[in-house]
Design a protein around this ligand. Structure first.
Ligand SMILES: CC(C)(COP(=O)(O)OP(=O)(O)OC[C@H]1O[C@@H](n2cnc3c(N)ncnc32)[C@H](O)[C@@H]1OP(=O)(O)O)[C@@H](O)C(=O)NCCC(=O)NCCS
Length: 169
């Protein structure tokens, strides 16, 4: 079993990250989204683009948190998460996601939102966003729009999510 380690992306990782995202998804949409988010200073937060690497330094997974808002209050959107197909289901995605959440907590962030597989994200602590009174700005199955608070003792805003412009929603 490979031991994946996570770290924040550096400028030298940009091309490899694009390669991972292109390989993980059927179209270039998500890879273009990552690049558009990186170019948007209102969305991009230094240190919240995480990669997981093999012991030899090869990058295999990427998880990205960018700025979004709920009721005008800052929150984070986890999207996309991508793992090279040959290394999926080996824990690399989880290592990248957990590192991203830890980095966000260290920055004092709280509410994190993710639209994704209801079979995957609950392991990190995500539950349906509707339980927080948070809604997607589009029609989506309740269980697919998930949220978590990094610090349960803090209040979270309620309302509709406003994604960064790069999401085009
Ligand atoms: C989804 C993804 C990021 C998960 O990362 P990963 O490294 O493969 O997953 P991990 O090894 O950390 O975790 C494995 C677990 O995830 C589950 N999982 C993986 N892909 C899944 C999917 N598409 N739907 C539901 N569960 C999934 C596995 O069933 C496994 O569950 P188990 O631990 O209960 O057996 C990765 O498989 C990927 O890049 N997929 C293609 C792109 C994609 O769909 N991204 C997510 C967009 S929301």
């Amino acid at each position: 079993m490979t031991t994946w380690t996570a770290r924040a992306e550096t400028a030298a990782d940009v091309a490899a990250i694009r390669g991972i995202v292109l390989a993980a998804f059927p179209t270039a949409e998500e890879a273009d989204l990552v690049d558009a988010l990186r170019a948007d200073p209102d969305a991009w937060i230094e240190g919240l683009s995480l990669v997981a690497q093999a012991p030899d330094g090869t990058l295999v997974a990427h998880a990205l948190l960018t700025r979004c808002h709920v009721d005008g209050e800052p929150a984070l959107a986890l999207a996309p998460c991508a793992v090279l197909p040959a290394h999926q289901r080996t824990g690399a995605g989880s290592v990248a996601v957990r590192a991203a959440l830890d980095a966000a907590r260290a920055l004092g962030e709280n509410l994190v939102l993710v639209l994704g597989h209801a079979g995957y994200y609950p392991r990190f602590g995500f539950t349906p966003a509707s339980r927080f009174g948070v809604r997607a700005p589009f029609e989506v199955p309740d269980e697919a729009m998930m949220a978590m608070a990094l610090d349960d003792s803090r209040p979270v805003p309620t309302g509709t999510i406003r994604y960064a412009g790069a999401f085009g929603v």
